[in-house]
Structure formats: structure tokens, C-alpha cells
Design a protein around this ligand. Structure first.
Ligand code: FNR
Length: 190
């Protein structure tokens, strides 16, 4: 059995370390997980005037979330919170009211920073947002990545075995979590 994972990279920067991390995670993930990026770059800034007639970018985003078995967020921390571009994408996916695409979707949150906090505070903010959106979250393990350019190659190669083992374990646990939530969401369960 394979699972479709839609992933968000919370950075628009050309040299994004979180994009590099996303490549590493995809390489290390169990082969049952198939990854498709859900792009956020071309979304307008959301406001509810769009609800009457969602633009193509907003519809494509919601369709991509709904077509995914699980969602993975790989994001930097901006000023101890969620980068605006990613928060905007989440706002799009959550609307119109009553048509929240994230409801019951199994989610994982991971991020890299050059600093020691490793996006921990962003991840905490994300947990509040995803809780409100009724999205189950992988609670453990947590993964706060202090990015080291000597460890992560641009193509997703991980040159340090303990880092690779840690990230491989994270992705195995994420995959098992997606499977559990899908089973629990299946018809026949109360
Ligand atoms: C940052 N950075 C940062 N880092 C961190 O650990 N905690 C933070 O709160 C912030 N705040 C912050 C705000 C803004 C506006 C910027 C531009 C940067 C530094 C950040 O971790 C660093 O730039 C990373 O390289 C961003 O990830 P990407 O875009 O390279 O994936």
C-alpha cells in the first residue's frame, strides 16, 4: 500500500535550507510514501472576498490537500512564528467556512534553522493552528533541525549517519501515523 503525501515548504527563498531538508526527508522516507509538493508561491493574500469565487491557485491548493493522504509541513521559523507565505496558504486551505480542506488530515511538522532552537517555536504555533483546523498531528517524535551545510548536500544527501538515522526514524513514524489516522477515519469506525 502506498500513501500520497502532499508537502509544503514554508520558504520562498531560492537558497532555502528547508527545501534542502525536504529533499533529504523524501530520500530517507519509507518507499510507501509518495511525495508531491503543494506550491504556495503564487497564492494571492487571502481575504474572504475570494470565498464567492476562489481563484485557480486557491482551488488547486484545496484539491491538492484533499487528494493527499497526509500533509507534511517543512518550514522555517520567522520571528518565532509561522512564515507569512505558509500561514497564507493554510488560510486558503481552511476556507470557505465549512469547507476546511485540512480537517482530519494527518499532518507532520518539521523545520530547519541555523539557530539552536531549530524552529521549535514555529512548530508550537503550527500546532495551535492545526488543532483549530481539526488536523491530527504526529506528536512524537518531534524534529527540530539545526541546519549544518556540511551535513546536508543540496541534492538531499545527508552526510552524517546519526542525522540520517534520526530523520529516517522521523519519516518512518510519520508514515505509520498517517496509516493509523487513515484507518481510524475509515468508514465503520465511530
Ligand atoms: C529569520 N530567521 C529565524 N531563525 C530562527 O531560528 N528563529 C526565528 O525566529 C527567525 N526569524 C527570522 C525572521 C525572518 C524575517 C527571517 C528572514 C529569518 C532565520 C532563518 O532561520 C534563516 O533565514 C533560514 O535560512 C530560513 O529558512 P529558509 O528560508 O532558508 O528555508
Amino acid at each position: 500500500k502506498t500513501y500520497k503525501i502532499g508537502y509544503f515548504v514554508g520558504s520562498l527563498a531560492s537558497g532555502s535550507i528547508n527545501r534542502t531538508l525536504s529533499k533529504a526527508l523524501i530520500k530517507l522516507a519509507p518507499e510507501e510514501l509518495e511525495f508531491t509538493e503543494i506550491p504556495i508561491r503564487d497564492l494571492p493574500l487571502y481575504n474572504y472576498d475570494f470565498d464567492a469565487d476562489f481563484p485557480a491557485e486557491g482551488r488547486a491548493l484545496k484539491e491538492a490537500i484533499e487528494a493527499s493522504d497526509g500533509i507534511l509541513f517543512i518550514s522555517p521559523e520567522y520571528n518565532r512564528s509561522i512564515p507569512g507565505a505558509l500561514k497564507n496558504a493554510i488560510d486558503w486551505g481552511s476556507r470557505p467556512w465549512g469547507a476546511n480542506s485540512f480537517a482530519r488530515k494527518p499532518t507532520g511538522i518539521i523545520g530547519a534553522s541555523p539557530g539552536n532552537i531549530g524552529t521549535a517555536v514555529m512548530q508550537s504555533s503550527m500546532r495551535s493552528v492545526l488543532s483549530f483546523l481539526d488536523a491530527p498531528q504526529l506528536n512524537a517524535p518531534e524534529a527540530y533541525v539545526k541546519f549544518d551545510a556540511d551535513v546536508f548536500g543540496d541534492d538531499g544527501e545527508v552526510r552524517d549517519e546519526s542525522t540520517a538515522t534520526f530523520l529516517r526514524h522521523y519519516m518512518e513514524e510519520y508514515g505509520a501515523f498517517v496509516e493509523r489516522v487513515l484507518d481510524a477515519n475509515a468508514p465503520g469506525h465511530i
